[in-house]
Every structure is written in structure tokens, then in C-alpha cells.
Design a protein around this ligand. Structure first.
Ligand SMILES: [Zn+2]
Length: 370
């Protein structure tokens, strides 16, 4: 038997997600924006478990997994791979001519280049914006931003550190882009924290809008449709960065929580001499891309930048925030720990729960110690 390569497979692979969606029946309930569509899964339902990324050309369902645009045809039409190829490219023998194939390949390459250039331009602009926000900030000590941290972190006022990573802005607008227009939804005092990239450059700022009249100390901010929005927002490019609260991680121990408050709580209870305390900005930045679904703890080692301790660090303590969803938090911190240990085989990583007002010494008893 001779196996002849079917050119329709290459044609189908060279299609974009947009072209494929045009060939499929409309996906019920899936709402499309510029970059992605989100809604119920065509196979298993739900509300927002299913998403399609138009740029990267992949889809994902948090319940039944994901794949590329050919796999999407299989999912939607419940058919085999070759049946999906037939839906996209017609019956065998009806293949497109080589000139058309070349035209499509070139068009795709052009589109990829354009997307990359657009992304780089947008990132550069966001970084410039972050730097100007930082430059507008005042020294942090003696301001409402210090009051906010004292309100959120027990015994914060006992810490002697200068916290050069923090600044205060008395009045900063909260701007959100809705339907291609910028809307100022709130304005008020802000704690600004510098997010430093692995090379030490500041490429993003983390902002917390403060309202000490609220039980959380954070401002309540709402979209025009009434949806509550996060009072903490990063501006710039946080990729692999961290908020370096104390130390330059030249010592052997690095302590990192997802948020500023969690990491500061560990610092207040700290007993690790010479340890640095860096907040990982958010769980996504700490875990990086993962292989598998929402609860996977397997890091995608080729999945782009994420937070990794500098190579001087030999003990990496990950503080687990009690407020976050436990299973997903554990998965994301485990992925962060696994990645760090794979990159630096001499490193040991430990995940320990945050205990507000607790002694870090008790929190971080090494495995086997009593
Ligand atoms: Zn599904």
C-alpha cells in the first residue's frame, strides 16, 4: 500500500480560525470581541467555560479541553479528523491549485507579522504609560497608601524597611476601554507598586485604588452595566516581573506571595535572615502558561515568560493566600515551583499557607522538621 499525502490537510492547517468559523454554523451563545470569543461549550454547555482565541487560532473548554481550528470543527460537528478536512477543503481531487495555496500561506505570514508588530507597539505604549504613572507618584511614607497597608497588614508599621517599590498618587483616574472608547469610571487615591522585570527594569505598575471607608480598604468600582471591577489593576508589561518589596534576592532565600499584602504578612512574621520578599503580581504571572486545564500544575516550559527566582536563590518559599480559590491557587503555585526547580535544579521550593498575624517560622517548617 502506498500512502499518498493528502494536500487538503496542509490547506486546512493553513486556514485561520476566522475562516473556519465562517464555515461552521454559528456557535450558540458565544460572544466575540476583537481577540476572542467566550460562551457556552458547543459540546458540554455551561456559561463561559469555552473560549476561542482568534489570534492564536486555538480554542479551550475548561471541561473538555482544547485544540486548533481543525479540532474545533470535529468538536462542533462531532466528526472525525478526515471528515473535518472534507468540511473545510471539499472532497479529494477538489484541492486548491498551488498558486492559491502559496497566496494563502503568504497572506497568513503577513498577518502573523502584522499581529506581532501591533502587539510590540501596544506593549511599548503601555510601558511608557506605566513609567509616567510611576513618575507622577509621591514618596510613600506618611501617605494614605501607607495607612492602607497598615490597615491591611497587621503590624505593618513595625517594619523598618524603606519600600522604594511603593509610591502614592492622591488622585488617579480609573480608565477602562469599553466598546473602543476610554471611560473614566472612578478617580481616587492610589498605592502604586513598581513591577520590575527579571533584568531589574521597571516595565509595569500595579495600582490599588484606596478607600479606607470600605471594609476591605479598597475602592468599589463599577462598570456602566453595574459589574464590579477589580480595584487592583496592572498597567504595562508585567511578564515575568515581580514587586520587589525587600532585598535583591542575592541571598539564598526568596519569599513570594501572589499579592503585596500576602507577601508583606509573611515579612512581618519573618524569621529568615537575609531573605528577600517579592510579590509575584498575580497567580497567572507566577504559574506562567500550563499544559492542561484550569487545575493543572504542569508548567509549559516553552510557554513564554513567567516569574522565576534569580539563580542565586536556593530556597524559594511560596506563600498561599487563604482568600483565593484553594484548588486553582495550589495548582498555579505548584506550576511556579516546578518551573523554578526545573530551571535551577539546585533550588528547593516550598508552598506554605499564609497565616495572618502568624509566625513565619511556624508557617515554613521544612518538610521533616518538627
Ligand atoms: Zn466542553
Amino acid at each position: 500500500m502506498t500512502l499518498v499525502h493528502d494536500p487538503r490537510i496542509d490547506d486546512a492547517r493553513n486556514r485561520t480560525m476566522r475562516e473556519v468559523l465562517d464555515k461552521l454554523p454559528p456557535l450558540a451563545g458565544v460572544k466575540f470581541g476583537k481577540r476572542e470569543g467566550v460562551g457556552p461549550c458547543p459540546k458540554c454547555g455551561g456559561n463561559d467555560r469555552f473560549s476561542i482565541n482568534l489570534k492564536s487560532g486555538v480554542y479551550n473548554c475548561r471541561s473538555c479541553g482544547g485544540g486548533d481550528h481543525i479540532r474545533l470543527v470535529q468538536l462542533v460537528l462531532d466528526c472525525t479528523f478526515m471528515e473535518a478536512i472534507e468540511v473545510l477543503e471539499g472532497e479529494r481531487g477538489a484541492e486548491i491549485d498551488p498558486a492559491e495555496r502559496e497566496r494563502r500561506r503568504k497572506a497568513q505570514e503577513e498577518q502573523r507579522k502584522k499581529d506581532k508588530a501591533d502587539e510590540a507597539r501596544y506593549r511599548a505604549w503601555a510601558i511608557r504609560d506605566a513609567v509616567s504613572i510611576w513618575q507622577a507618584g509621591e514618596p510613600f511614607r506618611g501617605t494614605l497608601a501607607e495607612d492602607y497597608l497598615a490597615f491591611r497588614v497587621p503590624d505593618f508599621e513595625l517594619l523598618p524597611h524603606t519600600f522604594k517599590c511603593f509610591r502614592f498618587i492622591p488622585d488617579l483616574p480609573y480608565v477602562k476601554r469599553i466598546k473602543r472608547r476610554n471611560h473614566t469610571l472612578y478617580s481616587g487615591p492610589v498605592l502604586v507598586a513598581a513591577v520590575q522585570a527579571p533584568d531589574g527594569m521597571m516595565r509595569a505598575v500595579h495600582r490599588t485604588w484606596i478607600d479606607l471607608d470600605q471594609p476591605s480598604g479598597k475602592a468599589q468600582i463599577f462598570a456602566p452595566d453595574g459589574e464590579q471591577l477589580p480595584s487592583k489593576v496592572v498597567r504595562g508589561s508585567k511578564q515575568g516581573g515581580a514587586i520587589r518589596l525587600t532585598g535583591n534576592a542575592c541571598g539564598s532565600s526568596l519569599v513570594s506571595g501572589e499579592g503585596i499584602e500576602t507577601t508583606l504578612t509573611a515579612l512581618v512574621g519573618g524569621v529568615l535572615p537575609g531573605a528577600s520578599y517579592w510579590a509575584g503580581v498575580d497567580l497567572g504571572n507566577m504559574s506562567g502558561k500550563r499544559i492542561g486545564g484550569k487545575f493543572s500544575d504542569e508548567p509549559d516550559m516553552d510557554g513564554g515568560p513567567s516569574f522565576v527566582p534569580p539563580c542565586s536563590v536556593s530556597d524559594f518559599w511560596l506563600i498561599k493566600d487563604g482568600d483565593s480559590e484553594p484548588r486553582q491557587t495550589q495548582a498555579q503555585l505548584t506550576a511556579c515551583a516546578k518551573r523554578a526547580m526545573r530551571i535551577n535544579p539546585g533550588l528547593s521550593a516550598y508552598i506554605v499557607p499564609s497565616v495572618p498575624g502568624g509566625d513565619l517560622n511556624n508557617m515554613i517548617k521544612r518538610p521533616g522538621e518538627q
